[in-house]
Structure formats: C-alpha cells, structure tokens
Design a protein around this ligand. Structure first.
Ligand code: ACO
Length: 333
C-alpha cells in the first residue's frame, strides 16, 4: 500500500447504548401471528430492545456519544463536528445532531443529520474522515441511532419482528499513518428505493385519517427482494473496498456487517470466503437496528477485548435507498 502523507483519520473511541426493555420472540407471539421458531429460523433474531415511550432517538444517541468520548479520552468541547445518522430523527427539524450537540455540551462543533438507511455508520465515518484528513478538524463524533419501534407496523408480522432500538458511536480523530480508516466505497441504487420506505409523512404524501388507517406512516418492506440485493451487493462492495485498501480477503481480521438477518450475514460471508469466526454477530440479541447496527457491533467486539491494534476490520452494510457502503479500518487503539 502507498504510504499516505496526509494525516490519517482513526477511530479513537467507541460507545453504544441499548434501552433496557427486552422484547422477546415469545412476547411477539402475543402481538402478531408468529412463532419463535419462524423468527429464529428465518432471521436468527431471538430478542430486541425497545426504547421507552419518553425516549426519543436523541436520548439513545446521547449516552452512546458520551461513552465514545470517554473511551477516546476527550471532552465534548474538543469536538468540531457531530453527525447523527438515522432514519428515525426526533423531528423533521431541528436535526437530531443539533439536539445531541447541545445536550452533550459540544459547544465548538457544527452538527447535522445524515440519512442513508442502515449504511449510516459507514457513510458517517466517511464524511467525518474527510474533515480530519484535510486538517480542517481535530475531532468528529459520529453517532448512529434509531428508534425503529416508532415506525414499525405492529400489525404486520413480516416486518415488526425484525427491528429494534439502539445507538452506537465513534470519535474520529487524526492518527498515525497506515492506521485508521483506510478506504471507503459508497454506492446508491435509487431505482430500488421503493423496496424499503415509509410511504407517508413527508412532502410526497401528507398524513391524514385514511393514511393512518392504512398504516402508510409505517415502514414498508419487500423483504425477499432486499434479501437478494444484499446477498449479491455486500460481497461486491466488500471486494471493492478491500482492494482499495490494498488488501485481500485473507487480511481481514473482523467483518462487522449490517445486522439484518443471520442468513444474509452467513450467505454473504460464504461468497467472500470469510470464515465464521471472523464474523461479528449480535443480531440474535438486538435484531435489526438499522444505522446503529454496525456501530453497536463494533463497540461490542471492542469491549469484549477481541480487537487488537493493527487488526483490519471490514464494516459493510446495505439499507434503505437502496444504499451499500463498505469501509476498511485498521484498528488504532
Ligand atoms: N411469522 C410467521 N410467518 C411469517 C412471518 C412471521 N413473522 N413473516 C412472514 N411470514 C410468512 C409469510 O407470510 C410467508 O407465508 P406464505 O408462504 O404462506 O405466503 C412465509 O412466511 C415466507 O415469507 P417470506 O417473506 O418469503 O420469508 P423469507 O424467507 O423471505 O424471510 C425476511 C423474510 C426475514 C424478511 C427476509 O426476506 C429478509 O430478511 N429480507 C431482508 C430484509 C432486510 O434485510 N431488511 C432490511 C434491509 S435495510 C434495513 O436494515 C433497514
């Protein structure tokens, strides 16, 4: 790999937050016509976390961000930027990132939200790293947070069993060359946007009684189509980003894939010839937390003491848009 002269952007702290309430598959059997056996065999999910009624997305993002700051050993006033990636913001505006910037005390930081569905963490890291590498900023906080329980259709068994709430965060700062965020690939296939969306509530379709009766203010998904796109797209984007980082699949120590479905994770890993022991999996405990999923999984594997300095981590995901995103990170902590 060509040594880089510009400062490299490294992840210098991570954190996550999961709400306390656990919703098990047995609980869901009492809400919709489903079974634990179906959910486990089709998705690998056993339980998920659900935020309290009075917890908005910013309330999940805040503790995740605070934990990442603590892990990085910096204070909120050291931050120059706060990015929140989410499909479930507190409001249309102000941005959830501005709410977090205020509550966390990042008084020297700009803030904005970024919407790229479940690839939000990779997209957020890619944006943050530009400001670090070009020397315009010292530290950026990327928080990926979701309260998907508030957009789930709790009468639709084909979707409501899949999702959970949570948040994960990373502090991005300058580090030693050849460590940190080595490469990105960001892709978008807008022609597949209808496969995963909330039909109403935006400027296209205002909410009225009829919309509410049809639950068109809730998440709608064509699961099998997304499944096929993901199983094909994840290996393709992984191959591109690994090559861009100057590495091969065998150099990858950990794969942190978007946690949507264990069958997608395993099928994509098989196509990439990545052995099971290098996969980070927590979909069984938290379900699909959209943008937050890779950030939570990265924090978990780090706090389990498994990541070593110099390990190559592949972050790769797919999501609403349809977006794909991959990043190779050489662990710098
Ligand atoms: N319990 C019991 N039966 C169910 C349930 C349920 N919760 N949900 C669906 N079924 C039934 C269906 O009605 C169908 O019955 P039928 O054959 O009598 O019509 C049968 O199970 C099979 O349904 P499929 O939708 O074909 O099931 P599939 O094996 O494709 O699994 C799933 C569905 C889990 C949604 C899968 O397609 C998937 O994971 N897709 C990808 C979804 C995804 O990743 N979404 C997120 C992407 S972006 C983001 O993360 C926000």
């Amino acid at each position: 790999m060509t040594p880089r002269s510009a400062p490299s952007a490294v992840i210098c702290g991570v954190g996550s937050y999961l709400p306390d309430k656990v919703l098990t598959n047995a609980d869901l059997e009492r809400i919709v016509d489903t079974t634990d056996e179906w959910i486990v065999s089709h998705t690998g999910i056993r339980e998920r976390r659900i935020a309290a009624d009075d917890q908005a997305t910013s309330d999940l993002a805040l503790p995740a961000g605070q934990r990442a700051l603590q892990d990085a050993g910096i204070g909120p006033e050291d931050l120059n930027l706060v990015i929140v990636t989410t499909v479930t913001p507190d409001h249309f505006f102000p941005a959830t990132a501005c709410i977090v910037q205020d509550k966390i005390g990042a008084r020297n930081a700009g803030a904005f939200d970024l919407v790229s569905g479940c690839t939000g963490f990779v997209y957020g890291l890619s944006v943050a790293s530009q400001f670090i590498e070009n020397g315009q900023m010292d530290y950026a906080l990327v928080i990926s947070a979701e309260k998907l329980s508030c957009i789930a259709d709790w009468t639709d068994r084909s979707t409501c069993v899949l999702f959970g709430d949570g948040a994960g965060a990373a502090v991005v700062g300058a580090g030693e060359p050849d460590l940190g965020i080595l490469a990105f690939v960001l892709e978008s296939y807008g022609e597949h946007g209808d496969l995963l969306r909330i039909p109403a509530g935006g400027s296209r379709m205002r909410i009225n009684e009829e919309i509410l009766a049809r639950h068109d203010d809730c998440l709608r998904m064509e699961g099998p189509e997304l499944f096929k796109l993901a199983v094909r797209g994840v290996p393709e984007v992984s191959e591109k980003v690994i090559a861009k980082a100057g590495l091969t699949n065998s150099d990858i120590d950990w794969v942190v894939m978007h946690q949507a479905n264990i069958r997608i994770i395993e099928a994509a890993a098989k196509r990439m010839d990545i052995p099971e022991e290098r996969l980070v999996v927590n979909v069984d405990k938290y379900g699909n937390t959209s943008a937050a999923s890779m950030a939570i999984a990265l924090d978990e594997v780090y706090r389990q003491g498994k990541l070593r300095r110099g390990d190559n981590v592949l972050l790769v995901g797919f999501g609403a848009g349809f977006t794909l995103g991959g990043a190779v990170v050489r662990w710098a902590k």
